[in-house]
Design a binder for this molecule. Structure first.
Ligand SMILES: [Zn+2]
Length: 49
């Protein structure tokens, strides 16, 4: 099963194909994205969640 290179989470082959970089490596998955979004939101708008 394909993995995210960013966090190591398993992703579907469809997801990997669509979101992987040109070198075939998935740099970030929805996990990474949501985590980053959550962190960014917490940093820039503390307490808004
Ligand atoms: Zn990931």
């Amino acid at each position: 099963m394909p993995e995210c290179a960013g966090c190591g989470a398993h992703v579907t082959s469809d997801y990997h194909r669509v979101f992987s970089a040109r070198d075939g490596e998935l740099k970030a998955c929805i996990n990474c994205s949501s985590n980053r979004v959550a962190r960014d939101a917490g940093r820039s708008e503390a307490g808004s969640m």
